[in-house]
Design a protein around this ligand. Structure first.
Ligand SMILES: C[S@@+](CC[C@H](N)C(=O)[O-])C[C@H]1O[C@@H](n2cnc3c(N)ncnc32)[C@H](O)[C@@H]1O
Length: 263
């Protein structure tokens, strides 16, 4: 089952609010997006490229520099796009849209790039189908997404505290691979990268997630404020994971390059 009830308005607001703090907190996001860029075919020279879930536009600019052509930045969050527009007036166009309802003409894109955005979709299958339709035959969809196990320490620590869903649910790798196999593309490369980040204190991790706008949007999250006692309990529960390098936060990143078969 891939369908999840996700409040898109909340996602857009949360990321929109984080637009001015995102770049300073996004070292991991840069690494992961750069690893995806490195997987693109070396000799490929796309004419029409879209950066889906472009955020502040870092990779939109990278793609434009690499290919020497305008790259379209697409995002759900108007706040992110406003920031990107101001930061990169030479880039764009910047388009507010949902990956699950792309306003792109069929067969109009040579490359759709998307870094750490599609895990926010309610239904990845729909996003894959939208991207497939927008690509011309021979075009590429290169995206990465988080799979199950990501932020597992935080999830387990919260479970000990109150049993609520405080951490976004990520798809199991096997389910992702099944979706990819059924998405109609002629070739698929999917590799899992594990990244373990370390923090001296739990508050550094939670502050970073807030600065990125990566708030939990799953149904089942508790309403209201996080009380002091619960935060203390969470901090204690997270300590079980402390190692030589500090408190770990694990991310399982699927790096995927899909090719649409020639007509
Ligand atoms: C973690 S940020 C990544 C931004 C950028 N790709 C980067 O690597 O720095 C995720 C972005 O995806 C956008 N996003 C989330 N759900 C989306 C959707 N359904 N359609 C389009 N964009 C979406 C968010 O608004 C946010 O800007």
């Amino acid at each position: 089952m891939t369908e999840r009830t996700i409040d898109k308005r909340r996602i857009a607001e949360s990321f929109g609010r984080a637009a001015t703090t995102y770049d300073q907190a996004a070292a991991f996001q840069r690494t992961v997006g750069s690893n995806l860029l490195a997987r693109l075919p070396k000799d490929y020279c796309p004419e029409n490229t879209a950066d889906l879930g472009c955020g502040t536009g870092y990779f939109t600019r990278e793609l434009q520099r690499r290919y020497g052509r305008p790259v379209m930045g697409i995002d759900l969050a108007e706040g992110m796009l406003q920031f990107a527009r101001n930061a990169s007036p030479d880039c764009g166009p910047w388009v507010t849209a949902d990956a699950e309802a792309l306003p792109l003409r069929a067969g109009s894109q040579d490359l759709i790039f998307s870094s750490l955005a599609l895990q926010w979709c309610s239904n990845l299958q729909i996003a894959l189908s939208e991207a497939y339709n927008a690509l011309r035959p021979g075009g590429y969809l290169a995206f990465n997404t988080l799979v199950e196990g990501s932020l597992g320490e935080l999830r387990q620590a919260w479970e000990r505290v109150d049993g609520f869903v405080h951490v976004n649910r990520f798809m199991p790798e096997a389910v992702l691979r099944e979706l990819l196999a059924r998405a109609g593309f002629s070739q698929c490369r999917c590799e899992i990268e594990q990244h373990v980040l370390h923090y001296a204190q739990l508050s550094e991790l939670t502050r970073e997630l807030k600065a990125l706008g990566a708030h939990n949007v799953n149904p089942g999250r508790p309403g209201g404020l996080t009380g002091r006692a619960r935060l203390r309990a969470l901090t204690e529960a997270y300590e079980q994971f402390r190692g030589d390098k500090g408190l770990p936060a694990t991310y399982q990143v699927a790096q995927i390059v899909l090719t649409k078969g020639a007509a």
